[in-house]
Each structure stands twice: as structure tokens, then as C-alpha cells.
Design a protein around this ligand. Structure first.
Ligand SMILES: NC(=O)c1ccc[n+]([C@@H]2O[C@H](COP(=O)([O-])OP(=O)(O)OC[C@H]3O[C@@H](n4cnc5c(N)ncnc54)[C@H](O)[C@@H]3O)[C@@H](O)[C@H]2O)c1
Length: 308
């Protein structure tokens, strides 16, 4: 047997791997839930968009930011359904964290400049903006209209442009009386492995996420010397509201194991990456597109047997 095949045979079968991955993530989730309060975001005033979905990256991150001692969280979604639940969940777990929920479109210029102004007015400072709102289109190229293309660009990319433009201006405002003696802050955007290479999304979705990755690099360059950092997180395929159908379909067909290379509940791991980027632990990380994807984007698709 070739060494390539030996390596493959040593791996668990996909169903087993899916089960052990799920168990591993549940363990991580319970460790996170039971870990003592952190201090990595103490005193930080943060804005997060796309927090409305119960299984989403935005909600998981909001709870994590509260756990790490954020001072005030401004939480935005255009769907208001689950905002009261998120506010009360954080209120029960972390009563010292102020939470303001807002129903708004993350791609609306006035809404985003407005929430940055609101943070400055109420807290005198802005430290973190996590531009996470997004949606995934489904059509193959022949069925993708110009309208769908522009929707993807508007919701996924224009929303990030607004975040960078208005948050970076707000983050440069100093306010020693509120503990902010220097300009600075961290802008984090959720891009995707689809923005790095092909095979992970539709043409319009991938183009919009590539734009987000580019916005991080070009704006980090323009914002140098003011200590406002801009980075993206590129998640792999993880189970949230956006991808629920894909996971349900795979479970129905009994092929869930095949998506088990990826991380079925990875939203908590994305949240951990967001905490790192929001905190001063990452003070030397700037202009980067960071894949948090279990290795998905590190490799070309594997065609078993071709390399032996
Ligand atoms: N789940 C994945 O596998 C995956 C992979 C790569 C990237 N992403 C990205 O992660 C981000 C979060 O997605 P998720 O997986 O948590 O999906 P989700 O659908 O569970 O959550 C997305 C949230 O964003 C909100 N939203 C969408 N458009 C908005 C807008 N214009 N203004 C305000 N809110 C808006 C939705 O209402 C929803 O609550 C998205 O940017 C998505 O593209 C997800």
C-alpha cells in the first residue's frame, strides 16, 4: 500500500469522524460556557452586525464578547425576531454588560454611521466593530441575475465598506475622561473561504467575500499610524441558519459524515477568533484574511489516488 493510501486508511471513516467532531465541539462549547469570566475586552465598546439568528456566528460572538467583559454591546440585525432573546440572555448571564439592540440594515449608510455616532455620544468611544451580517445566494451562474449579483455585493461587501469608513473615524476619537487616551480600535469582518478560492460558494457570493478580504487589506494600509486594525475571518462551512439546509440535506441522505472534515458547530470557534482579533492580544495582526476553517482552504480538492 502506498504511503498516501496508508495515511487515508489510518483516518476514521466519515461517519465516525462526524460523530467525534460533534462530540469534540460540544465539549469545547461546554468548556467555554463553564470557563471563568475573561477580561480581554474589559471597557471596550463594541458594535456587531448580523446577530439575529439563533444559531449564527453573530449571536455566539456577542455572548462571547460579554463573557470577556465588554462594556457596551450595540447589536444589530435587520430581522428583529430574536433580538429581545439575545438581550435577555446576555442580561441574565452578564448583568454588568450594557446591551443595545437595533433593527437596521447593515448595508444602510445612515444606520451604520448612526450607530457609530450613538456609541460616541453614549460611551464617548468606539473600540470594536464586527461587521458580520451577510447572506448566501444559491443560484448557479446561468441563473444568477445582475440584481442577485448586486444584492450580494450590497449586503456582504458594501456593509463592510460602511463599517470600515464610519467605525475607523469613530475609533480615532480620543477621550481620556472615558479611558481612551489614544486613537485605536479593531474592525473585524466576516468574509469566507469562498473569498479566497473557488468551490465554496456562488460566483456573486464569492466575489462579494473576495471584496471584503480586499477591503481589509487596502483599508489597513490607509489607516496605518492610527492604530485602527482591520482584519477578516474566513470561516469554512459551519452549521448556522444560513447553511442549515445543506446540513439537513446531508443528514437526510446519510452523508453528514462527508461534511465532517468541516466543523458542524464551528460558530463558537469563529467567536473565539473574533475575541482574539477584538482584543489587544492581536495588536500586531493587521490587514489579514484569517481562515478559520479546519484546514479547508489550505488544500486543493483531493482526488484520491491521483498522487500515488
Ligand atoms: N455558516 C457558514 O458556513 C459561513 C461560512 C463563511 C462565511 N459565513 C459568513 O458568516 C456571516 C454570518 O453568517 P451565519 O453563518 O451566522 O448566518 P446566519 O444566517 O445564521 O446569520 C446571519 C445574520 O445576518 C443577518 N443579516 C443578513 N443581512 C443583513 C443585513 N443587511 N443587515 C443586518 N443583518 C443582516 C440575518 O438576519 C442573520 O441574523 C455571514 O457574513 C456569512 O456570509 C458563514
Amino acid at each position: 500500500m502506498s504511503s498516501y493510501n496508508k495515511t487515508r486508511h489510518q483516518q476514521q471513516n466519515p461517519e465516525e469522524f462526524y460523530k467525534t467532531t460533534t462530540a469534540r465541539i460540544q465539549k469545547i462549547q461546554s468548556q467555554i460556557a463553564n470557563s471563568p469570566r475573561g477580561t480581554r475586552l474589559t471597557d471596550k465598546v463594541c458594535i456587531i452586525t448580523g446577530v439575529g439568528s439563533l444559531k449564527g456566528i453573530g449571536r455566539a460572538t456577542a455572548i462571547r464578547f460579554a463573557h470577556e467583559g465588554a462594556k457596551h454591546l450595540y447589536l444589530i440585525d435587520f430581522d428583529p425576531t430574536n433580538l429581545p432573546d439575545l438581550k435577555s440572555t446576555i442580561g441574565k448571564l452578564y448583568p454588568d454588560v450594557k446591551v443595545t439592540t437595533l433593527q437596521a440594515d447593515a448595508a444602510d449608510e445612515a444606520a451604520i454611521s448612526g450607530v457609530c455616532d450613538q456609541a460616541l455620544r453614549e460611551e464617548g468611544r468606539l473600540d470594536v466593530f464586527f461587521a458580520n451580517a451577510g447572506f448566501a445566494s444559491r443560484n448557479a451562474l446561468p441563473d444568477t441575475t445582475a440584481e442577485t449579483f448586486m444584492d450580494s455585493m450590497r449586503i456582504n461587501a458594501l456593509s463592510c465598506f460602511h463599517a470600515v469608513k464610519f467605525a475607523s473615524a469613530a475609533m480615532q476619537k480620543r477621550n481620556p475622561s472615558r479611558g481612551k487616551e489614544y486613537s485605536g480600535g479593531s474592525i473585524i469582518m466576516t468574509a469566507s473561504t469562498a473569498g479566497i478560492r473557488s468551490g465554496a460558494g456562488t460566483v456573486d457570493y464569492s466575489a462579494s467575500k473576495a471584496a471584503v478580504n480586499s477591503i481589509a487589506k487596502t483599508s489597513a494600509y490607509q489607516l496605518q499610524k492610527c492604530d485602527v486594525r482591520v482584519n477578516t475571518i474566513c470561516p469554512g462551512l459551519i452549521e448556522t441558519n444560513m447553511t442549515g439546509e445543506t446540513f439537513d440535506y446531508a443528514r437526510q441522505r446519510g452523508t453528514a459524515g462527508k461534511i465532517g472534515q468541516l466543523n458542524p458547530l464551528g460558530r463558537f470557534e469563529i467567536a473565539q477568533a473574533a475575541v482574539f482579533l477584538a482584543s489587544d492580544d492581536s495588536s500586531y495582526v493587521n490587514g489579514q484574511n484569517i481562515a478559520v476553517d479546519g484546514g479547508l482552504s489550505a488544500s486543493h480538492p483531493v482526488a484520491p489516488g491521483r498522487w500515488v
